[in-house]
Design a binder for this molecule. Structure first.
Ligand code: SF4
Ligand code: FES
Length: 256
């Protein structure tokens, strides 16, 4: 395939960016989207130009590092598919593909297609853990977990923290991510003692990072490569209301 690529180029966070146009020939339909960008970078290096910076790690859809807005859609045109798992067979010869980074105030561009997603790390640090006494490994059957709770927790834990939900939301809301991280702990018996503190602390951190609020548009769930459902946001809101009645969230992260 021969492609025209329009790609956001920005040398550093403080610099202005702009779209640049490249022509790339010889792209295999069997290659992944990131392999196509690898091919472009080989061409740029051969021509003495700066390669395009983009994030990736596992290339297996599990780490959450990759993430590009492809033709206006976070992670591209295939549902439930990360950028790294998107293949070029979904494009056509002579296509023009527009490639941009996540765009959100809380995810500043570091270089080209790479954004700073450490705001997500700080949300998790605020309460995304369970405090336990360390020591010998506990008996695996010491705390029975209902099958429904285990499955709900695992569904939420499928979130890979990629940030597509934020990129797709017109409010740049991180509520789907935060709700998933809360639900995977709040669904389990081990997560109950800190449930309401956790909910308040993580949502407070989400707000402090500058993410917007949810207005039930649903773009977040539509682009989510792990198909995290909006019902987790509803659960988070219920827990926040319950936390208000309990006066929860007074402790600070790490004070346990
Ligand atoms: S909720 Fe989905 S889109 Fe958002 S960070 Fe998690 S996996 Fe990515
Ligand atoms: S590179 Fe790991 S999920 Fe895409």
């Amino acid at each position: 395939m021969k492609l025209t690529l329009k790609i956001w180029r920005q040398p550093k966070r403080s610099a202005a960016g702009k779209m640049a146009t490249y022509t790339l020939d010889g792209v295999s339909a069997d290659s992944s989207f990131l392999e196509m960008l690898d091919l472009l970078n080989e061409q740029l290096l051969h021509d003495g130009e700066e390669p395009v910076a983009f994030d990736h790690d596992c290339r297996e859809g599990i780490c959450g590092m990759c993430g590009l807005v492809i033709n206006g859609i976070a992670h591209g045109p295939e549902r439930a598919t990360t950028t790294c798992q998107l293949h070029m067979r979904h494009f056509h010869d002579n296509d023009t593909i527009v490639i941009e980074p996540w765009r959100a105030h809380a995810f500043p561009v570091l270089k080209d297609l790479i954004v700073d997603r450490t705001a997500f790390d700080r949300i998790v640090q605020a309460g995304g853990y369970i405090s336990v006494s360390t020591g010998s490994a506990p008996d695996g059957n010491a705390v029975p977990v209902a099958k429904s709770a285990a499955e709900r927790s695992m569904d939420a834990a499928a979130c890979i923290g990629c940030g597509a939900c934020v990129a797709a939301c017109p409010n740049a809301s991180a509520m789907l991510f935060t709700a998933a991280k809360l639900a995977h702990l709040n669904s389990l018996p081990q997560g109950q003692p800190e449930r309401y503190d956790r909910s308040v602390l993580m949502v407070n951190q989400m707000d402090a990072e500058g993410f917007g609020g949810c207005t039930n548009i649903g773009e977040c769930s539509a682009v989510c490569p792990k198909e995290i459902g909006l019902e987790f946001i509803a659960s988070m809101n219920r827990d926040l209301i319950a936390a208000g009645f309990r006066g929860a969230g007074k402790r600070t992260a790490g004070s346990e």
